[in-house]
Design a protein around this ligand. Sequence first.
Ligand SMILES: Cc1ncc(COP(=O)(O)O)c(C=O)c1O
Length: 390
Amino acid sequence: MQEQALDFDQLEVGYDIPARPGMALSQVQTPALIIDLDAFESNIARLQADCDAKGVALRVHGKMHKCATAAHYQIAQGAVGICCQKMSEAESFARAGIKDILLSNQVRDPLKIDRLARLPKLGCKLSVCVDDAQNIEALSQAAGKHGIELDILVELESGAGRCGVGAGQPALELAQAIISAPHLSFKGLQAYCGTAQHIYDYEGRKAAIDKTIEEAKVTKELLESHGIPCEIITGAGTGTYPMEAASGVYTEMQCGSYAFMDADYQRVLDEDGKPLLHFQNALFIFTSIMSVAKQGGAICDAGLKSQSLNLAFPQFMAAPIYAMRLARMSMAILLTRMACCAPMINCCWCPAIATRPATCTTIMSVSEGTKLKPFGPSLHGASLSKSWRL
Ligand SMILES: Cc1ncc(COP(=O)(O)O)c(C=O)c1O
């Protein structure tokens, strides 16, 4: 894994970073983000194997982690590149040495288009989505100005009611406009149905994604009947990728959340009504109890602004601890599952700590009074192996 150089001697624990590599988990200043490397690496391997088995490329979505260290690892394990959703993300990844980036969104602001057209000069292959003819003209001009060739995908509106043109004729017209524009190269279609990803029941999710797949298929066939091949059909997320991958229509999966997994995805069920357990939660907020003044409750030091609540509340990983005699304990440490992936810790840059819980021997649990004692397989005593800049 390519490491980003952090000079730990220049950083103060507590103020700049929550811990230094080599520290025990019990010494970590909370709240802190913890990455469980065993779970992370297992998630990466699992999706890569699924994509390889289905013969589709994996272009991981980087907006989920916004972390070049994670992206380099995913690419080293077989991903063809990354997606990102904003110019600033694309710039950060390109500067961090990522060589193949799809901006899976529209870029319209003239200054941002100019920044976009400069990125290939950093040595990365760049593609971007369009859903409007004027945007094609602006991208073509910027590419000409900077002496580059831009790869373009037509985005289909795939059920979210947001970006993208309708399937069929509107997409064909845009593809023809791209082919006619200098400095642009038409590569294919993006058809990502975000609203389907978190539909919990399998049948509902499948019905939504079948519609998206059908629209992508019909559009691809229409373009081909006009002599326009689609080299790439890209889309899919953690909730639906087995369907797109098996469709015979898609060439590329864009899954993002699978790498860290969020709490809400654990509610998404497979064909047999079981949770998608082949991916594990790998990102946690490590937090301490700071008050038990309220009878029957405990207040931890990771407030709302430390968490992302856009889909669900966090789940407590250490539920047995939480359920214990909270009123009598003076301090406990909880691992809280992230409810959604984007962490929002308040600092200008936010290191996450990477560790391997499986290598440790005990867990912190709360017994009567204020003592902590071992409680089964565990986290206490884990030593931190890395710090990742997000
Ligand atoms: C265009 C696009 N592709 C792929 C993804 C990844 O989806 P997930 O994080 O559910 O795997 C997203 C996430 O919202 C997205 O916006």
